[in-house]
Design a protein. Structure first.
Ligand SMILES: [Zn+2]
Length: 131
């Protein structure tokens, strides 16, 4: 089976939406799945330890060039997700996408179109306008 594009994914989700027909149910599931993405990332830090967080103030000024900014701005994170955590975080992001697609279905929004529009904005706005 080939990987579905966003349009096919959204249609597939629509067929499975019977159990989550109510917009209230979908909204609460969407938010819950978002919290699960956060939680699985935090657990990679606090329970597994494959990534570490060490945060401080970002020393960023408006007059910096893009290459200056890339050198100065810190992700506040070191390490990489191990295979196990990668699987867990990825699965939670998958559930989050499911409920995002469900919400789009209920609101009659085209997820593929939204991604295309956002991608166009990313390429025209540039780095500093996205914050
Ligand atoms: Zn891990």
């Amino acid at each position: 089976m080939s990987t579905p594009d966003l349009k096919e994914f959204q249609e597939q989700v629509s067929e499975l939406l019977l159990r989550h027909r109510s917009v209230l149910d979908v909204l609460s599931k969407f938010q819950q799945s978002n919290a699960a993405v956060h939680r699985s990332t935090v657990k990679a830090v606090t329970e597994c330890g494959c990534i570490e967080v060490n945060a401080g103030k970002q020393h960023f000024t408006q007059d910096m060039t893009l290459s200056d900014a890339r050198q100065v701005l810190d992700s506040h994170m070191s390490g990489r997700l191990c295979e196990n955590c990668r699987e867990i975080v990825g699965a939670e992001i998958g559930k989050n996408l499911f409920y995002l697609a469900s919400l789009c279905n209920l609101l009659e929004l085209d997820l593929q179109q939204i991604v295309s529009d956002e991608s166009r904005k990313c390429s025209t706005l540039g780095l500093f306008n996205l914050s």
